[in-house]
Design a binder for this molecule. Sequence first.
Ligand code: PLP
Length: 280
Amino acid sequence: MASKAVVDLRSDTVTKPSQAMRAAMAAAAVDDDVLGADPTAQRFEAEMAAITGKEAALFVPSGTMGNLISVLVHCDVRGSEAILGDNSHIHVYENGGISTIGGVHAKTVPNNPDGTMDVDKIVAAIRHPDLHYPTTRLICLENTHGNCGGKCLSVEYIDKVGEIAKSHGLKLHIDGARIFNASVALGVPVDRLVKAADSVSVCLSKGLGAPVGSVIVGSKAFIDKAKILRKTLGGGMRQVGVLCAAAHVAVRDTLGKLADDHRKAKVLAGFVTLFSGIHN
Ligand SMILES: *Cc1c(COP(=O)(O)O)cnc(C)c1O
């Protein structure tokens, strides 16, 4: 009997760990990461810091926790406000955690269909000191932008928003769940793409195919604070090297395949467009 191969296209989150990932998990050297002693976690975090051009990295259980920790580190004073795209993952899909858990107020700016927010609207959203207002402390971008069809923000645009942030004394966080897809699609190395950002959250379990986890990257001071918040939120894990070992293989084996993934997605999109045209 011929077996039918099923290609599951619900999401890039449904991929199963490869044999190489499972083997690496089984062989991983581990210790208690809450005590700062897991060698595989430390090696992986150093690797991700180097790839993204930041001082330090921290493995976290999910992208949602990575974004929450990042926003809370940058907005650690009560009465803080973060500027967010109205269609951003942080604003739409993360249970309002920055507000319900972090006490951070969201100021939304409309997302354009290409995932950007108009620069003049970002500037207009920055609060001036007034006893009626919360204090703007952070701007968040999303790259690629999920709700805008996976559009990539250009390095020029990110640099421009980074300049605005800096000139107003604000921080810039990038929700880079699929930042490696953006890097490959744009042909810009990921460290260059996120140069203007004070922090980036990167999903390992999306396009890269790891079974579990995200990393956040930033300065050493940012990661030191992030580590405390990760523990507060219950995201400190013990022998987490088993997960980092799989994530290491995901990064090693998948990055070089993303261009081909994009090519296949475009072919598939072409068919979908063709057939939807026939049915309409
Ligand atoms: C998936 C995703 C997240 C959150 O990641 P989880 O690991 O599912 O919590 C954040 N931002 C974007 C853009 C995402 O696609």
